[in-house]
Design a protein around this ligand. Structure first.
Ligand SMILES: Nc1ncnc2c1ncn2[C@@H]1O[C@H](COP(=O)(O)OP(=O)(O)OP(=O)(O)O)[C@@H](O)[C@H]1O
Ligand SMILES: [Mg+2]
Length: 294
């Protein structure tokens, strides 16, 4: 066998035994309705267009969540994985461009309150996936609940969606403050959504940076702006992502540009670059066996 072929085969085998690194990105923002789910869904599809294997984790139980936006009807969800009734593969729903969606768990199970068995089951379930994704995108709920914090602090990268409204700016700052002060998250990527001009996005970012520079020990970077675009709303009514429903819209172009930037981020190697690591961090704070004793 030619030497090159042997080397290729060896690399192929190594890849099979060594899982590829995964990039875990949480999309958050504090305020409701700022466009977190729209960004998560469209970014997932734009990354899939770039040939990345994408898993979209719906961590929100709100009304306009991932399955509603995409018109998919999941039979099972994360709670079935937690209870051990289903494997992750059985729960996954396929979305546009082959993205894999983990539907939101019904009920209000708190990640930090999982039992040891659920904790171990969750980590095992995701580590047993036959095809681990290149990117895991986590769409979080509005607010700063325990679950939002748990999902966000466990991710490698945090994207904060903000609109040019005082409540959105205040909430975005509030969530960054908690994550930075209490959990040592020191890097945030900001997306300005529903902007009315190119300048508005930059100005919005400058406003946030000004406060963050004074009060936080964190670096903010501007990931991009998504213009206010009626096509997004039209697409929502059709239960389709704007990226596939109106691929030439200004919003779709903006999402693609953001995806290009995300795709150029360096990938974490070592332990933090693996899916198990994310789930381990996600359930940190779960009660120990002793605490569960009556
Ligand atoms: N750039 C935009 N231009 C116009 N409409 C938008 C834009 N981004 C989002 N929207 C609309 O705003 C509404 C809220 O968006 P979305 O559900 O993505 O927000 P969210 O932050 O996930 O909300 P929630 O906090 O409830 O989860 C949707 O109807 C969506 O169509
Ligand atoms: Mg949402």
């Amino acid at each position: 066998m030619p030497e090159q072929q042997l080397i290729d085969q060896a690399e192929g085998l190594r890849r099979m035994v060594r899982p590829r690194p995964v990039r875990v990105i949480a999309v958050t923002g504090g305020k409701g309705g700022v466009g977190k789910t729209s960004l998560a869904v469209n970014l997932a599809i734009a990354l899939a267009e770039l040939k990345r294997r994408v898993m979209l984790f719906d961590a929100d139980l709100g009304l306009a969540n991932v399955d509603v936006l995409l018109g998919v009807h999941p039979q099972y969800n994360l709670s079935h994985v937690l209870s051990g009734e289903r494997s992750v593969e059985e729960v996954l729903v396929e979305g546009p461009e082959g993205i894999q969606i983990v539907p939101a768990a019904s009920g209000t199970q708190k990640m930090a309150e999982l039992t040891r068995a659920e904790h171990a089951g969750l980590i095992r379930a995701f580590s047993e996936l036959s095809h681990s994704p290149d990117v895991l995108l986590v769409d979080t709920a509005a607010g700063i609940s325990d679950n939002v914090i748990a999902f966000t602090r466990a991710a490698q990268e945090v994207v904060v969606v903000v609109c040019d409204e005082p409540a959105s700016i205040t909430d975005a700052y509030a969530i960054m403050k908690v994550l930075n002060r209490d959990y040592g998250v020191n890097r945030f990527h900001v997306v300005a959504n529903m902007t009315r001009s190119a300048q508005e996005g930059r100005e919005l970012f400058a406003k946030l940076t000004m406060v963050a520079d004074r009060f936080l020990d964190a670096t903010l970077s501007f990931l991009g702006a998504v213009p206010f675009d009626e096509e997004i709303r039209k697409a929502v009514r059709r239960q389709r992502p704007v990226l596939t429903a109106f691929p030439r819209s200004r919003a779709a172009q903006a999402f693609r540009q953001i995806a290009q930037r995300v795709d150029n981020w360096p990938v974490a190697t070592g332990a933090s670059g693996h899916l198990e690591f994310f789930f381990e961090r996600l359930v940190q704070g779960a009660p120990s066996d002793a605490e569960l004793m009556p």
